[in-house]
Ligand binder design. Structure first.
Ligand SMILES: [Cu+2]
Length: 317
């Protein structure tokens, strides 16, 4: 009797917790919310799918299995303890039961795999990208370059606590420079590492991709809203692993175009210029050094970074 009450109480608590969490679900967009227990709010199609997979498929199954096993345990504890059941049964094995508890979990896993693979394929099948950016992880900051726009690597370093406070942005998430992208466009992200393995992670877009030296990984996102989005390096990469946030600024297309013009110094080195020149001079030799620049500079920041880090006192708390 007492056990039944306890079980009812436990079930009530679990339901109650669920509702409380739902009520508190006024989560911030693009950054973690204090005391929140849900996944971060979605701002990309992939994240919506990931949240659906977690909330609608995994959670109910996990909850049902947990309750089922807890009830079985309670039955065993109540009905088959030494007092209630002084003479235990001597039989062993039950073919029907063994077949059932093998096949049912297989069925559950197969069911999960349908949705799991669907999500994996969604991550893999990138739509035609509108924009390609390259994100390089360094010890301990990020570098973003825009090969198509001919924008050389922009380094993105975490703001100090004082600077973050002054700018009223979240400390340890905010950086000096953002990865700027247009809203509603498919952005292909080429992810690599310069020194050790880092990880390009952005919860609001459902991204988590390893940045491995000597290898280029690919991921993509399509931001649904403008605003500032924060992520963090998610692979242990050294003492300042916790201090290399990822900051993505999603802007409108005109704002992005203006930003590109500003970054490239007003003259667009892409097609328009090349199209204007060919009558007099061949465009190819002129374009070559520009294309070579990002490659040549790729290894340079690494050394500077390590020197900086050596000189900098290690902040740990
Ligand atoms: Cu890292």
């Amino acid at each position: 009797m007492n056990m039944r009450k306890l079980a009812a109480g436990l079930a009530g608590t679990m339901v109650g917790l669920g509702f409380t969490a739902q009520a508190l679900a006024e989560d911030l967009l693009g950054q973690p919310t204090p005391d929140a227990i849900h996944l971060q709010q979605a701002a990309s199609p992939l994240k919506h799918s990931a949240i659906f997979f977690h909330n609608a498929i995994l959670m109910p199954i996990i909850t049902a299995i947990t309750i089922f096993v807890a009830v079985l345990l309670l039955i065993v504890v109540v009905r088959f303890n030494k007092k209630a059941n002084p003479v235990p049964a001597k039989f062993s094995h039950n073919t029907a039961l063994e077949v059932a508890w093998t096949l049912i979990p297989v069925g559950i896993l197969l069911f999960i795999s349908i949705f799991s693979f669907k999500l994996l394929f969604a991550y893999h099948d990138m739509p035609k990208p509108d924009l390609t950016i390259k994100a390089t992880g360094y010890q301990w900051y990020w570098g973003y370059s825009y090969p198509d726009q001919k924008i050389d690597e922009i380094t993105s370093v975490m703001l100090s606590e004082a600077d973050a406070k002054k700018a009223d942005v979240p400390y340890r998430l905010a950086a000096d420079n953002s990865l700027v992208v247009p809203v509603g466009k498919v952005v292909r992200v080429l992810v690599t590492g310069s020194d050790v393995i880092h990880n390009f992670a952005m919860p609001a877009f459902g991204l988590k991709t390893d940045a491995i030296p000597g290898r280029v990984n690919e991921t993509w996102f399509k931001a649904e809203k403008t605003g500032m989005f924060y992520g963090q390096c998610s692979e242990l990469c050294g003492v300042d692993h916790a201090f290399m946030p990822i900051q993505i600024k999603v802007v409108t297309q005109p704002e992005f175009d203006a930003w590109v013009v500003e970054k490239t110094g007003g003259n667009k080195p892409a097609d328009p210029v090349a199209a204007a020149i060919p009558a007099s001079t061949p465009a190819a030799p002129a374009a070559a050094p520009v294309a070579a620049t990002p490659v040549a500079s790729a290894s340079a920041p690494q050394k500077t970074a390590q020197l900086d880090v050596a000189a900098k006192p290690v902040a740990m708390n």
